[in-house]
Write a protein that binds this ligand. Structure first.
Ligand code: NA7
Length: 536
């Protein structure tokens, strides 16, 4: 393998998901020397690793794809919410169109990066010992690059296969006829539970907090329909750039849910429900995520819709309780297809971990306070050290003598979610304190990504070799994100949006709600000669 240490790259990107490959494509077009390193054997980022049965994107077509015409014009999806295997085929198509692979080092996990002050360059090390030199480091590690496995007593003693959803075997695993246990009921849990219920001999679901899942209303798509829809794609994608929202075709009524009659409210809720997907989350009333009373009305609607699908009232109390476990929509809702019906099946049992916690994992299964459940397969759908974990698992050393992990031990401070004081020439995409999970991969890749592309062109034009932000500026951005958070109900939930799913992690909003306002601030920063940044 080439050792590139003697050839300095202009930019080195970590991660070959949507954000990384967009950077590669654009920077290469502009004549930058650029390369991607990725731990996986292929393109796709999270869609490489998350290949568990049922893994599927929750953004509907065409929100979850590049707006590059050469890519979309002859690509057609088979489903409105595509599955992981189709997403992988999409990445192969993108590669064929844009010719990305020759500039990507696969099977190359970045383990460390160190800033060389004397040269204003990064030295970036891989697990196989190779070291790359680059002027700019662009981590595009995504928000779900580091899985989270709780510290269950006895986990190692389980004798059967045990897979975290993000480390599902690439060759697949057949759950047919098996006794399957799934811990966790987030988006990944919901998806794998739906599939396991169809084929497992017995499925036991271990739920700590009920997910307030929304009806996906999946649809098959044919080429003829998409050919017609594509006439609007240029306009759709233009709106996506200017409205700057991953939900560019989902708009909420400007009124409060409290400002309308009950009949009108029910009609708007019902219409959003029927449209499916995130419409019931983002497309009903403007104050669902800011006003507790409006929020309760949305919860009540959701609860009744959901309970009517569950035959056993005791099971319904666990899945869709009378009192909301947290304000509706403050944890990511996730989309489901037949999730609630699963719990009416004879082969499926539900354990409410709040009542009957896991005491120990044993050789044969899971021991709760009240019973031993024997399992052939244990699935950990327990989520991610979201937002920061993918970055802090790399030993990144800037100029302060503290690693990024140490720097963020008591909380994240960044400028625009892009730059960190003490880490010059490092520009993060889809990272903490930027819209990330309130947007989506391809949309952020383009709108936030273009900002970084323009910034690098600005530096090149002025022959500047170093860009960094200041501590004051980063503290200012953190205060701003906090203020925005305080105007919403988001801080009330123990969600990964808040970093609250990981024991001991600093609690703060890690995703910026409001793509439009975020992009406006990025635009003003650039317009004012990159206010909040210093150059050399
Ligand atoms: P999530 O949404 O973080 O879900 C993780 C689930 O695991 C959730 O139900 C957790 O319950 C549960 N969990 C976590 N720790 C434990 C312990 N110790 N005991 C029992 N249950 C536990 O991760 P996903 O992978 O589903 O989804 C992540 C995002 O990826 C998704 O939203 C999409 O954007 C893609 P809790 O709610 O914390 O009580």
């Amino acid at each position: 393998m080439n050792n590139l240490t003697d050839k300095v790259l202009d930019a080195l990107i970590i991660g070959a998901g949507f954000n990384g490959i967009y950077q590669l494509h654009r920077l290469r077009e502009l004549g930058f020397r650029v390369r991607i390193l990725d731990a996986a054997a292929d393109l796709g980022g999270v869609w490489y690793w998350n290949c568990y049965p049922g893994a599927r994107v929750d953004s509907h077509v065409p929100n979850y794809e590049f707006s590059i015409e050469a890519v979309w014009q002859d690509w057609n999806w088979t489903e409105k919410f595509p599955g992981w295997d189709e997403l992988r085929r999409y990445f192969t198509h993108v590669d064929e169109k844009l010719g990305l692979s020759p500039d990507i080092e696969f099977n190359s996990r970045v383990t460390r990066a160190e800033f060389d002050q004397s040269r204003n360059e990064w030295l970036v090390g891989c697990d196989d010992g190779r070291i790359f030199r680059t002027r700019f480091l662009i981590p595009c590690t995504g928000f779900a690059a580091k899985s989270y496995t709780p510290d269950f007593k006895g986990l190692d003693s389980f004798s059967g296969p045990c897979y975290h959803t993000a480390h599902w075997p690439q060759q697949g695993y057949d759950m047919t006829g098996q006794r399957v246990g799934v811990i966790g009921t987030g988006a990944s849990g919901v998806q794998v539970i739906q599939e396991a219920a169809n084929i497992a001999a017995e499925l036991t679901v271990f739920q700590r907090t009920p997910i307030l899942a929304l009806a996906m209303q999946q649809q098959q798509l044919d080429v003829a329909t998409q050919t017609v829809l594509k006439q609007d794609y240029p306009e759709n994608f233009r709106k996506r750039r200017t409205a700057g929202s991953s939900f560019f075709d989902i708009e909420a009524d400007k009124r409060s849910a409290l400002a309308v009659t009950e009949e009108e409210r029910e009609a708007i809720f019902e219409a959003a429900w029927q449209k499916g997907g995130f419409h019931f989350w983002a497309g009903t009333f403007s104050d669902i995520l800011t006003n507790a009373d409006s929020n309760q009305l949305a919860y009540a609607f959701w609860r009744e819709k959901t309970r009517m699908r569950i035959t056993n009232p005791a099971t319904a109390d666990i899945l869709a309780p009378r009192l909301a476990p947290h304000p509706f929509g403050t944890k990511r809702p996730s989309l489901e297809q037949w999730y609630y019906e699963v719990f009416n099946q004879d082969n499926v049992s539900l354990i409410d971990l709040r009542q009957d916690p896991i005491v120990q994992i044993t050789e044969h299964g899971i021991h709760t306070g009240s019973t031993q459940i024997d399992l052939d397969l244990l699935v950990l759908a327990t989520g991610f050290d979201a937002g920061t974990g993918g970055l802090t698992q790399i030993d990144i050393q800037g100029t302060t003598g503290k690693s990024l992990k140490e720097t963020w031990a008591d909380g994240v401070d960044t400028h625009l979610g892009i730059a960190v004081p003490g880490f010059p020439n490092m520009l993060m995409l889809y990272g903490p304190q930027s819209p990330t999970a309130f947007c989506n991969g391809p949309t952020c890749a383009e709108i936030q990504g273009e900002w970084v592309v323009e910034c690098l062109q600005y530096l090149r034009r002025r022959q500047l070799q170093r860009i960094e932000t200041t501590e004051d500026q980063a503290r200012h951005w953190t205060r701003h994100v906090q203020e925005v958070a305080d105007g919403t109900l988001l801080p009330l939930a123990d969600s990964w949006y808040m970093g609250a799913n990981i024991p001991g992690k600093h609690r703060q909003l890690l995703n910026y709600p409001g793509v439009q306002s975020y992009m406006e601030q990025c635009r003003l920063c650039a317009l004012n000669d990159y206010e909040g940044f210093r150059f050399a």
